[in-house]
Design a protein around this ligand. Structure first.
Ligand code: TRP
Length: 451
């Protein structure tokens, strides 16, 4: 397979490498942390079903759209939209992607830093019963520590992106994703052997449709979208390193299957121990940094299990962070002609600096609020996940569904190995179903309409 296209653009070395890199982007804190607690809140199996349905109806069509845009233009988001329609408006969609990748990475790296801190601590001391909440508060209260760990997480990300597509991103995904799978599998089996297994499995899998409210369905739709890293140009960028020999429909099905599989495994790892140790399953966001350490404190061998748990989480976070940085860096390489080294070091540093207010938002800048009383960190997350990403996804769907012609779209879906593709159904979904669904999600998450 050609590893450079005829303009000398770097390409993925193998199909599996591409699938693992895209799955690495998709599988992140969303799968391991957000999915279990959302499922816990909205009726277990009923939420899982809604999530899978949303993945098929919204996630798959949009991911196919993003990969096709990237591959047909061989450009990152801004360049891709410019090449397809050089108007005033459409390249803005690419710009939105870059801005949201920038914003999200600035605070994602702060969370990545917290995880590194937990790994470090679990090397030297065991988790202590009743102390998890206090220790987390302590970490949040220390500006210096948070900055140090945030810096370290960004440095790791920059180090990987520096290697480029094949020897940086692809290579790290090929190592980290299988390792993640092995650790997650062992932790899941260990958890399934605990006494709360039956209750945990029932909690996650038994569909309680009475809890699947309208809000639950909309959460499932929003989560499917977030969890597949859509709407911010990440998949356009990864698609731009793809050659014509790859069948996009097949790859997307593989990526989505992996993403769903990891999310369910994460749920099967978390809930059995949650019930065994009698902690609150509907705990929400704190599940991760407070509930799990509390469980590790009470569990035999908890220190080592906790260590591997956080190592697994950081692997998932790193491959997502890498794809966020690549979106930003590839703009400077493609559109401004910078070298990868220069773009990477400079943008990596700027994003580190931009993340400092988030790192300080739980201590020195605690009193600074942006939207509706939310601190800086929460405001950025709110803005990116509730506004920029869904708007980006909506505009992408409208662009591909209504602006691009059949001649521009069809060949992208039909090329590549094998005869399997679904152009007809896909076109209907991207034209009608995805835009309507995303408008409803937007109205819901922004609170404009009360469902
Ligand atoms: N999908 C990631 C997760 O599950 C989060 C995410 C959303 C993301 N959009 C992204 C990651 C874009 C990388 C690029 O945690």
């Amino acid at each position: 397979m050609a590893q450079q296209n005829n303009q000398g653009r770097e390409q993925w070395a193998s199909k599996i490498g591409f699938v693992l890199a895209a799955a690495g982007s998709a599988i992140g804190l969303g799968n391991i942390w957000r999915f279990p607690y959302k499922a816990g809140q909205y009726g277990g199996g009923a939420f899982v079903l809604a999530y899978i349905l949303a993945t098929f109806l919204i996630g798959i069509p949009l991911m196919i759209a993003e990969f096709s845009m990237g591959r047909s233009t061989q450009k990152s988001p801004v360049g891709a939209l410019k090449k397809l329609r050089d108007s005033r408006f459409w390249p803005l969609v690419g710009w939105m992607g870059i801005c949201s990748a920038f914003i999200v990475l600035s605070y994602y790296s702060v969370v990545g830093g917290w995880i590194l801190n937990y790994i470090y601590e679990s090397c030297f001391s065991s988790f202590q019963t009743g102390m998890a909440g206090v220790r987390f508060e302590e970490l949040l209260a220390r500006p210096g520590q948070q900055m140090l760990w945030h810096f370290l997480f960004m440095a790791i990300t920059v180090f990987i992106v520096r290697g480029g597509v094949k020897s940086g991103i692809e290579k790290c995904s090929k190592i980290l994703m299988p390792s993640l799978m092995v650790i997650l599998f062992i932790l899941m089996v260990n958890s399934l052997m605990s006494s709360g297994a039956g209750e945990g499995i029932r909690f996650l899998m038994k569909p309680d449709f009475s809890k699947l409210t309208r809000a639950g369905i909309l959460e499932a739709m929003g989560h499917a979208f977030f969890s597949l890293s859509l709407g911010m140009g990440a998949m356009i960028t990864y698609g731009s390193y793809l050659d014509k020999g790859t069948n996009i429909s097949v790859s997307v099905l593989q990526i989505v299957a992996l993403n769903t599989f990891y999310a369910i495994m994460a749920g099967l790892m978390v809930f059995p121990v949650v019930f065994t140790y009698n902690v609150d399953p509907g705990m929400g966001p704190g599940l991760f940094f407070v509930t799990m350490p509390e469980i590790f404190a009470r569990m035999p061998g908890g220190q080592i299990i906790g260590f591997f748990f956080f190592v697994m989480v950081v692997f998932a976070a790193i491959t997502s962070a890498v794809s966020l940085l690549e979106v930003v860096v590839s703009y400077f390489i493609d559109q401004l002609g910078w070298s990868r080294e220069k773009a990477n070091y400079l943008l990596g540093s700027v994003i580190f600096l931009a993340g400092i207010p988030s790192a300080l938002s739980s201590n020195i800048l605690k009193t600074v609020t942006l939207f509706g009383g939310k601190n800086i960190f929460d405001s950025l997350d709110f803005l990116a996940s509730n506004y920029i990403m869904p708007i980006g996804g909506l505009l992408t769907a409208v662009f591909v569904g209504w602006v691009l012609t059949k001649q521009e779209k069809e060949p992208e879906l039909k090329c590549g190995e094998g005869s399997f593709h679904f152009y007809g159904i896909w076109n209907v979904l991207i034209k009608y179903v995805v835009p309507v669904a995303l408008v409803i999600v937007l109205l819901y998450t922004t609170g404009i309409m009360n469902f």
